[in-house]
Design a protein around this ligand. Structure first.
Ligand code: GLV
Ligand code: MN
Ligand code: MN
Length: 399
């Protein structure tokens, strides 16, 4: 809890929460602090070319490590637990093993992955995606963020462009603890989520181009109003979510108007659409329905619409063996536990491509996250960290 609080002071926002956008000066300060703790714990620290930090406690045999971890970057209005919990609970496990003098067969690696949020540079989960070979470092370096700076420029400027080639480390299994970021555990009075699945994510950016004209003199039927067209699409995204129901969600989180003046019809609007579903087929249908609607709006409003893919990840199922271990570790501690899907994206969904993977959720007060008021009770954090310890001890093999 002390480390969570100390890390939460870096990039702290008035009223609570943090702004530690990936590869920013605040991210660098957070990384430096986390690395100093890793050193104090006697861990062997490696940094790869995309800036992922790996801190390893050796085992009695020099084989693949069991890995845990998450991210310490945040959205602009982030809470102090999102990501940080997964990295710092990993360090807490290491500290416990050190204090108890426990030798493990497999090495244990605590990872802090670069740019999980994707709020500054798309796609999200960039560091773990590159680590598992889903994107090349060169391609990631070329990504330009919301402030028109590239990943290459920013990673070099904070000095976290490490030497290690990405993906060199073999991984026996991966377990990530994270706050739920949703309302389910709290509403049902359950302490631990054994996460079975992460829903698919589709991020697109659309740029609508119309014609600026006088707001007072231009008759409605003669307008080529980029703002109106963009808003029609935003409303359609919401309608799709409502009609499909179930796990389908849709969010328009960015919308920029040009010239953004009270008496000028907008000539250019760029906006993003985030669509998610646990079912790949349904997610594809939602994407298609939105695309068809955009084509119709483009024709009717006589505006041009260009689209750019920011991220696209299919739903991921975790290893039933690891999910069962999470459930068992919780039950051994007499904690209530339920199997559940994750609505948010996580580094674990990338690691699932290369090794047996699972996740542990702890409740989020009021289901609030990506908000400075994000909160998780310290007793739930302690419970979750103890579940993590149990699962890791099992995977690390202490015999
Ligand atoms: C990451 O936090 C995401 O799910 O957007
Ligand atoms: Mn997160
Ligand atoms: Mn997040």
């Amino acid at each position: 809890m002390g480390r969570l609080q100390a890390l939460g002071e870096i990039g702290a926002l008035a009223g609570g929460g943090v702004c530690r956008l990936a590869l920013s000066e605040e991210d660098k300060a957070g990384r430096d602090l986390v690395v100093s703790w890793m050193r104090e714990l006697g861990l062997d620290i490696r940094i790869d070319k995309i800036g992922n930090i790996f801190a390893t406690r050796p085992g009695t045999f020099d084989g693949p490590a069991v890995m845990t971890g998450s991210h310490i970057d945040s959205v602009k209005t982030g809470g102090v637990y999102d990501g940080a919990l997964g990295v710092l609970a990993g360090l807490e496990v290491v500290e416990t093993l050190n204090e108890q003098g426990i030798q493990t067969h497999h090495p244990l690696t605590v990872a802090a992955f670069t740019n999980e949020e994707g709020a500054r540079f798309a796609p999200d989960m960039m560091g773990s995606l590159v680590f598992v070979g889903g994107m090349s470092v060169e391609e990631a370096y070329e990504v330009v963020g919301i402030d028109n700076k590239s990943v290459r420029e920013c990673i070099e400027s904070i000095g976290y462009d490490g030497k290690q080639e990405c993906g060199q480390t073999a991984v026996k299994a991966f377990v990530e603890i994270h706050v739920e970021q949703g309302p389910v555990l709290e509403a049902q009075g359950i302490t631990i989520g054994a996460v079975e699945q992460v829903q698919g994510i589709s991020w697109q950016e659309f740029t609508v181009t119309g014609v600026s004209n006088h707001a007072g003199t231009t008759p409605t039927n003669l307008r080529q109003d980029a703002g109106y067209a963009a808003c029609q699409v935003a409303c359609k995204a919401r309608q799709i979510a409502e009609q499909y129901g179930g796990y389908q969600v849709a969010t328009v989180g960015v919308m920029n108007f040009e010239p953004n003046l009270v008496n000028v019809i907008p000539n250019k609007v760029s906006f993003t659409v985030d669509l998610r579903n646990t079912d790949e087929q349904v997610l594809q249908e939602a994407e298609q329905e939105l695309a068809d609607f955009i084509e119709m709006v483009s024709r009717q409003q006589r505006v041009d619409v260009k689209s750019r893919r920011l991220a696209r990840f299919e739903p991921v199922n975790f290893s039933q063996k690891v999910v069962a271990k999470v459930k068992q570790a919780a039950q051994e501690l007499n904690l209530s536990v339920k199997r559940m899907p994750s609505g948010a994206g996580h580094d674990a969904q990338m690691l699932a491509r290369i090794c047996p993977t699972g996740m542990i959720f702890v409740p989020s007060a009021g289901g609030i996250s990506h908000n400075i008021n994000e909160h998780t009770d310290s007793k739930d954090i302690e419970a979750g960290a103890n579940v993590l310890l149990g699962v890791l001890l099992d995977l690390l093999d202490t015999k």
